[in-house]
Design a protein around this ligand. Structure first.
Ligand SMILES: NC(=O)c1ccc[n+]([C@@H]2O[C@H](COP(=O)([O-])OP(=O)(O)OC[C@H]3O[C@@H](n4cnc5c(N)ncnc54)[C@H](OP(=O)(O)O)[C@@H]3O)[C@@H](O)[C@H]2O)c1
Length: 333
């Protein structure tokens, strides 16, 4: 695999699969090799927009394809367990969209299967690979914020027609926490670590999934994080990470390369814009390039987005769900 392009397969042809496919062109040593859809028509339309040598009208054939090096699983998170296991059973490396699974029990089984098969498996928490993330962590580690005392993050939008079924379907893992709150939780964990206490409340949609979810992390150090996700209001979708010496604000779409980093060494009028390099495309090529590099090195786990990161994230969301009363059919299987 060292001297050739990494051949990607994409499983599922929805919205994020299209953005990911579009960003693969920014990686010199990678190519979109195969795409699989449940429907022949959708596979053909996708491959016309994003040229792929092979098109399959079922996921199983992609999982078995000997020419594909790694499969990007881009189906609704309620189906990640089934689809990732399918790929792993055929010895395929996998990059799986967030939320990685519905719960930590599924997550641990997926990781165990990858270890058993000795194949690469990583959660596609793309934010962790962007220049914005790098700057954010540099600033936190430099001590410019002092001791971090609080994290306040909100993420909200009103889904517009045609509303994807996955957003409100319990079977597909619907709800704000797993879909968008996952970013809030991940940023808070990254800035403050595992919380000592978690509290959470939610408002259910008519299908029972969380239409809004409010989360509070508390730490023995006195630090706190307040996280809010919503499908019924357009929110600022910003993050504030504040310490004894300063505050870092990640502006609108804080989890993407669209976000601007504002550093406030003092009061609200002390803003300094942090320079960050421009991103080509949507920014999904950073994680894809990293996954390819891991394959070339023969790694089965990313040193950046580790299995432990994914397990901590899912266990934290399990606890939030327990406190808020968010349940899925997969929890009882
Ligand atoms: N990283 C990010 O920025 C980002 C952004 C959005 C979403 N995501 C994640 O990516 C995943 C997919 O989200 P999406 O917005 O792309 O969803 P989507 O537009 O609904 O697409 C999901 C695709 O999954 C396949 N699928 C298989 N079984 C399905 C079923 N029973 N119902 C619906 N679709 C089914 C379909 O592809 P075929 O018909 O071709 O089989 C469908 O097009 C989710 O886990 C989500 O959290 C990540």
């Amino acid at each position: 695999m060292m001297n050739k392009k990494i051949r990607w397969g994409i499983l599922g042809t929805g919205r994020i699969a299209q953005k990911f496919a579009s960003d693969l062109k920014y990686i010199e040593d990678a190519e979109l090799h195969a795409v699989a859809s449940r429907s022949k028509t959708n596979a053909a339309i996708f491959a016309q927009l994003y040229p792929a040598a092979l098109q399959y009208d079922d996921y199983h054939t992609l999982a078995k394809d000997p020419q594909t090096d790694i499969i990007y699983v881009a189906t609704p998170h309620g189906l990640h367990f089934e689809h990732v296991m399918l790929c792993l059973q055929h010895g395929k490396a996998v990059l799986c969209e967030k939320a990685f699974a519905v719960n930590s029990s599924q997550t641990k089984s997926m990781i165990a299967a990858a270890k058993e098969q000795k194949v690469f498996l990583m959660e596609a928490l793309w934010s962790k690979f962007t220049p914005q993330w790098q700057k954010m962590t540099d600033i936190i580690h430099s001590g410019q914020l002092g001791e971090i005392k609080n994290v306040i993050i909100n993420f909200g939008f009103v889904p517009q027609p045609p509303v994807a079924e996955r957003l409100f379907s319990p079977a597909l893992g619907g709800g704000t926490l797993l879909d968008i709150g996952v970013y809030n939780v991940f940023y808070a964990l990254s800035a403050l670590g595992k919380p000592d206490y978690i509290d959470a409340r939610m408002t259910p949609a008519s299908t029972g999934i969380d239409e809004q979810c409010a989360v509070l992390f508390r730490y023995n150090s006195g630090a706190m994080a307040q996280l809010f996700s919503s499908y019924c209001t357009h929110l600022a979708t910003e993050a504030d990470i504040s310490g004894s010496k300063g505050r870092l604000r990640l502006t609108h779409r804080f989890y993407t390369p669209d976000s601007t980093l504002e550093f406030y060494p003092g009061r609200a009028d002390s803003k300094v814009i942090v320079p960050v390099e421009q991103t080509e495309g949507f920014g999904y090529h950073y994680e894809a390039r990293h996954a390819g590099d891991c394959l070339r090195k023969g790694l089965t786990e990313s040193p950046v987005m580790t299995h432990a990161d994914t397990v901590l994230l899912m266990e934290t969301m399990d606890e939030i769900r327990r406190k808020a009363g968010i349940q899925y059919p997969a929890d009882t299987k």
